[in-house]
Design a protein around this ligand. Structure first.
Ligand code: G3I
Length: 388
């Protein structure tokens, strides 16, 4: 069941006390976040703090939010310098059931909104094994699959040519559990097209939209766990191969779906080292899907929010030390619209009590949370870099 209204009912003064507790740690000179709803965030718009350091800050958005949730959209306009369609540009979501029959309405709504508000637009995504139309699996041979992939990239990237800052060309190409020595995911495209599908897709994307930065977007590569190390190694090898063979790739997307309590350990030196290795390949880095689940955190909102905020802070403080990191996107802006709160995560990420998760910088009432403060502080502390 989607839950858009959180069951906790803490009053506004209670929430402000939470914010005050957080502020106490900010120290002299910190920007006050205690003003009433809306104005606090206006004082310290994330997009502005990010831009001051050469960073782009953005959030997911959905066409239905643009047409149906004005207060939320006002908050997006206030805080974000970039938007990305959470689902509307995914092949399976756009496709009506037969090859080439795609519905562009919702994706156009997002693209038009971005242009009308001078927001940078990310493209997510051109190919993702998990959101590939059903008919693709029935295509009889390699030639037809190749044609379908090329047509799709040409049509989708071509439609928004010149309007997309970065495309996630292949989303999540790594899966060491599939058992290949190169760590590549076998499903769906590699099975018939072979590993060359990557080269094919990135060249097609470059041809369709020469100015878009082309990204490899991957998950579970941020933390200090053996299985994540295996994924990091496979990703770095893939990037080396792509660079070596002239496959056009410009950036790596680090999804960063984090967990406040009970997840794999975080190591700042390890993350810094990994990001430096990516930068050493001449690539820029984008934090593409940052959010923090709180399934193992206590129900108490203040405690929970502080644990979530601390997770944002530790991750961003380390990540933003790397000057090749040019972008931070949170996977949503408010708990009102989060895939975690909507229970679109694995069940293991759901809270087992009745409390709704609180994974994003603003709560479901669009009030800034300690996670917002943590991002503010991380942007303030980040070294300046050239934009990219
Ligand atoms: O729109 C339908 C709605 O009509 C229906 O009533 C409802 C019933 O379940 O489903 C709705 O569709 C859901 C859709 O999100 C929109 O909310 C789908 O079931 C659900 O599977 C889908 O989940 C999305 C998921 O990707 C799979 O595409 C999440 O919103 C989205 O946040 C998530 O995003 C992914 C990134 O693309 C890639 N990286 C991981 C990230 C999180 O999984």
């Amino acid at each position: 069941m989607p839950r858009t209204t959180p069951p906790w009912s803490s009053s506004a003064p209670d929430r402000r006390r939470v914010m005050a507790a957080g502020l106490a740690t900010l120290g002299a000179g910190a920007v006050s976040l205690l003003s009433p709803r809306g104005s606090a965030a206006a004082t310290v718009a994330l997009r502005k703090l990010a831009a001051d350091k050469g960073l782009l800050y953005g959030t997911t958005i959905a066409a239905a939010q643009i047409t149906g949730d004005r207060p939320f959209i006002d908050l997006v306009r206030q805080e974000a310098g970039l938007v990305v369609a959470e689902n509307e540009m995914k092949w399976q979501v756009m496709n009506r059931g037969t090859p080439g029959d795609d519905e562009y309405g919702p994706a156009d709504t997002v693209a038009t909104f971005a242009a009308a508000n001078s927001l940078v637009l990310r493209g997510h995504n051109l190919l993702w094994y998990y959101r590939t139309p059903d008919w693709f699996f029935d295509l009889p041979d390699r030639a037809e699959q190749e044609r379908a992939v090329l047509d799709h990239i040409e049509q989708l990237a071509g439609r928004y040519r010149g309007r997309i800052h970065s495309w996630d060309v292949i989303n999540e190409p790594i899966e060491p559990k599939d058992g290949r020595p190169d760590g590549l995911r076998t499903a769906v495209f590699l099975e018939t097209l072979g590993p060359e599908y990557l080269d094919l897709a990135y060249h097609a994307a470059r041809d369709a939209d020469p100015k878009a930065r082309l990204v490899v977007n991957e998950y579970d590569v941020e933390l200090d766990a053996p299985e994540q190390e295996t994924r990091r190694v496979a990703l770095l090898h893939l990037l080396e191969r792509m660079r070596g063979s002239g496959t056009p790739v410009d950036a790596v997307g680090i999804q960063a779906h984090l967990t406040a309590v009970g997840g794999p350990p975080f190591s700042a030196p390890l993350l810094r080292r990994f990001l430096a290795e990516i930068a050493g390949l001449g690539l820029t880095i984008q934090i593409t899907e940052l959010d923090v689940t709180d399934e193992n955190a206590p129900a108490d909102v203040a405690v929970r929010d502080s644990l979530v905020a601390d997770t944002y802070r530790r991750f961003l403080d380390a990540a933003l030390d790397e000057p090749a990191v040019k972008m931070v996107v949170t996977w949503g802006l408010s708990d009102r619209h989060s895939w975690i709160v909507r229970h679109e995560t694995y069940q293991a990420k759901w809270r087992t009590d009745d409390a709704a998760s609180r994974p994003l910088p603003f709560d479901a009432d669009l009030e800034a949370k300690p996670a917002f403060e943590a991002i503010v502080r991380a942007f303030e502390h980040a070294p300046a870099r050239t934009a990219g």
